[in-house]
Write a protein that binds this ligand. Structure first.
Ligand code: 13P
Ligand code: SF4
Length: 309
């Protein structure tokens, strides 16, 4: 038996003993996705976490997503294979300037992308994910000024889709999607002129302008499943390949790389490995622990978002 197969067997045994469910984001390594009970985008994972039974949620994704799982199902033990699995959007939006904005603009509506810390969520009026951001902003009365944070590309996309002028946008970005260069996309389009371009809304606006379909990770997968042939140029994290090959085995997928690392992988998501997952199921660490008062404040905008859906 190979080392990977041994590890996988150990994980499945521990999962049964711990009464655990494994939730994985689409950006995880294929071998983690293979073992997961459910693979999804950030909104789907939040919904799954809310209804998860058993004692433990092993969350294979990034820390803010695991915090969301804990908020929605606080009696479960929530573990993440690597505690350092953060997100550049979370790091680029510390809570203090958001509190200051709130103090100065008490009448503005703060819409926070789910890619924020629990402290920022607690300062927010409503949350959104890439899947429902347009719907969430459209649910806010047109005469209210909105601060959308922290992703400027998603914010610009939402502004364009909603036509809303009273929308202020925080200037954060994703270190993966924001570095997909238009130049490389145009080169790929020249190579595959018939290809359909599918893009995550965290990509820069010039990349989105040249895209045929824009959507969350799972929305991209669903779109390709509905049109399962031909060439696609994929403007998102390459972990989606696992699901894309499953839903559209006859299609050909081409990835446009980030110029800094020549890959399209999120360095935070990829910190999680099978070995670390096995260790965290053994020790039930690193574990998400959240102060009760912070959790109850952050839960209000989270539940508001789920109600919009
Ligand atoms: P999704 O909402 O599509 O899962 O996106 C989360 C994310 O972090 C994208 O980089
Ligand atoms: Fe954050 Fe970007 Fe990684 Fe998504 S891909 S978790 S937005 S750094």
């Amino acid at each position: 038996m190979t080392a990977t197969a041994n590890l996988a067997e150990e994980i499945l045994d521990l999962k049964r003993d711990r009464r655990a469910i494994i939730l994985a984001h689409h950006y995880q390594e294929a071998e983690i996705q293979e073992l997961a009970d459910f693979v999804g985008d950030s909104l789907e994972l939040a919904r799954k976490a809310k209804e998860a039974e058993g004692d433990v949620i092993a969350f294979c994704g990034v820390w803010f997503m695991a915090e969301t799982a804990k908020m929605l199902n606080p009696s479960r033990v929530v573990i993440v294979p690597d505690q350092a699995a953060s997100c550049s959007l979370v790091e680029g939006c510390p809570p203090e300037p958001v509190r200051e904005y709130r103090r100065r603009n008490p009448d503005h509506v703060i819409v926070s992308y789910i890619n924020t810390s629990i402290e920022v969520k607690a300062e927010s009026d409503i949350l959104c994910t890439s899947r429902n951001a347009v719907k969430v902003v459209n649910s806010i009365p047109a005469d209210r000024t909105v601060l959308f944070l922290p992703d400027r590309n998603l914010g610009n996309y939402v502004q364009k889709e909603t036509g809303r002028e009273n929308l202020k946008i925080w200037q954060g970005s994703c270190i993966v999607h924001n570095t997909f260069p238009l130049r490389r996309l145009l080169e790929a389009k020249a190579l595959y002129p018939e290809a359909v371009v599918v893009a995550h809304p965290e990509c820069p606006i010039d990349v989105l302008r040249h895209s045929d379909f824009i959507g969350s990770t799972s929305a991209i997968i669903d779109y390709c499943a509905a049109h399962p042939t031909g060439d696609y140029i994929v403007m998102t994290e390459s972990g989606v390949q696992f699901s894309l090959e499953r839903v559209a085995p006859a299609a050909r997928f081409h990835y446009v790389a980030n110029e800094n690392c020549n890959c399209s992988e999120c360095p935070f998501m990829r910190l999680n490995t099978l070995e670390k997952l096995r260790n965290s199921l053994r020790t039930l660490e690193p574990r998400v622990e959240l102060p009760a008062d912070l959790m109850s404040r952050a839960l209000v905008p989270l539940e508001r978002m789920l109600a919009v859906n």
